[in-house]
Design a protein around this ligand. Structure first.
Ligand SMILES: [Zn+2]
Ligand SMILES: [Zn+2]
Length: 146
């Protein structure tokens, strides 16, 4: 689906700015709002930060995009929605990867106690260190030893 079709399918009015924002998120999976602002600016010339934030919020609410809020890092956005995938994030450099869920259908994790809830989603962030940051940490450690 094109950005235009996605907006229409969610009964949102189609504006150049919304298309530019949606295209930026589609082209840059796991992008921050700052990156979207930069992309939209280079596409349309001028844009208000608040308008981009508002649109990102609206598109997330309509589930056209997904907003992930890793603690301690700025929110990231992606156009891959409704497939119950998870994220692997590096604590050092914030590098983010998609990880398909364990069983392929939601929720892929079952809580030990569901308190009578109908659980339909499990959102998991795997935290760790990417290979590049691991290398850097190892190099630093061996320097400290000397
Ligand atoms: Zn890293
Ligand atoms: Zn993702």
């Amino acid at each position: 689906m094109t950005a235009q079709e996605k907006l229409k399918a969610s009964k949102l009015s189609v504006t150049a700015q919304r298309i530019a924002i949606l295209d930026a998120v589609t082209a840059n999976p796991h992008c921050t709002a700052d990156l979207v602002i930069k992309e939209v600016k280079s596409e349309l010339g001028k844009v208000s930060k608040q308008a981009v934030y508002d649109t990102l919020h609206l598109l997330s609410e309509k589930e056209i995009i997904r907003c992930i809020q890793p603690s301690g890092f700025p929110s990231i956005f992606e156009a891959r929605v409704k497939d119950n995938h998870h994220h692997l994030i590096c604590r050092e450099c914030n590098e983010t990867h998609d990880v398909d869920c364990a069983v392929g259908h939601a929720p892929c994790l079952t809580p030990k106690e569901d308190f009578g809830f109908l659980v339909d989603e499990a959102e998991v962030i795997y935290w760790g260190y990417c290979p590049a940051c691991l290398e850097k940490m190892k190099a630093k450690k061996s320097l400290e030893k000397q």
